[in-house]
Design a protein around this ligand. Sequence first.
Ligand SMILES: [Zn+2]
Length: 479
Amino acid sequence: MLLNIDSLMPQALEVAAQTGRAPALQYLMENGTYFSDMVTSFPAMSVTIDSSLLTGTYADQHRIPGLHWFDTRNKEFINYGTGFRETFRIGMRRSIHNMLYRLNHEHLSNDVTTIYEDLAKKGISSASINSFVYRGNKAQRLKTPKFLSSFTQFENGEWVANVPSIFSLGAFSKIRPRGLPTEIAAGNYKYVAKELRYLIRRKKLPGFTFCIFQDMDLRIHFKGPMDLKLILKIDREIQKIFNMYTSWDEAISKNIWMVIGDNGHSATGTNHRKYVIDLRKTFKKFQIARIQQKVTKKDQIALCVNQRMTLIYLLDQKLSYNELIEQLRKDDRIDVIAWKNGQDIHVVSGVKDGILTFRRNGAFTDVYNQFWSIEGALDILDLRLTNNQFLSYGDYPDALARIYGSLNSHEGRYIIANAKPGYEFKAQSTPNHISGAAHGSLHRQESNVPLIIAGTSDKPEYSRIVDLKEYILSLLQRD
Ligand SMILES: [Zn+2]
């Protein structure tokens, strides 16, 4: 049982649990293993993270580059709904289609398998509750509710999706025949917990269940990272789940329970002019593609902001990376700027001098047993080199593999940039989160998420979200 509490963060979880305000989570922590530093995917946005969690790969393999990216082959902006879980609204016809259909059936690479697909091959059934990344082996006809069908691009509002054995996603597919989802394509924490309790009550729990509680993200964007209210509410729902067993001890002896957060948040400043990096100003010398119209020959660059991370595309073949990097480097609110040159990846910064160059394979080994060749200013990525060419990470956990993943996630000439903690990027009609919190970047503030495992003493090989799939498969194979 894997419960993903969207935006659950280590410090807030620890405070809620150890002060007795979240008894169910406290019980799991005290009777299980707690990790406070699981490394999430990059960019730290839900679609990319859930794809990493379910496929066990970074974006170079699963090929979901972020919530917002540019398909250079078809010259098309791909947006799964900026705000994704937080502002899913009717009226975003293309986003709905991208998110519900293309994400799973076109964009998520067929060269990787999801945990649902792997389990199905072994004859083990699984359930997905409330996740927008859901690809499985079972073809299921989904029907869009009547009032919404004109907003989708499906004939008669119907389409065939490949889903796990048991599939719950808002009004499109429900486990309880009479359940009433709170949103069209999602349910709130109470709805999700009810779907899960129904499976337990009817003794229909499959081998693996993945369940997302998605309400907290929106609240934290406005309230900031230390808000506890929803942790306590979701904890109450987990208590009700545990109370279905004769004792909580029985609950964890019958199932292995894992609770994870998907991304952290970085608190943002209050002054709009200071804390919002308006990329249209940074690149005012260049012609920027408009998101609502077709890209023209005159357009030189395209901008796809993922909150505190951004993708910057060079559409004009005559444009050099240096012309754009020069502008980014002048801004001391930008801490990481990276681009690819053949096999080499270069990293510079608006905060630190020098250049760092790395590539896959080489004489250096990092803490995750990955091999790199690397030279230049290691401090740009806060890398530490101990004896015997051993690399460890500081402020940017697993930075090399995650930057590599992002720069190899799709075709095109593009640069990635990260905002320093407290800041976020803006382009055309990007939502901002001033005086609240935002995520997306490589920084440990949003990269380190908590994980609790109860019901087994086995541990994943490394504390990374990308290693969880193999871990879960190994648990299920054992018995
Ligand atoms: Zn968010």
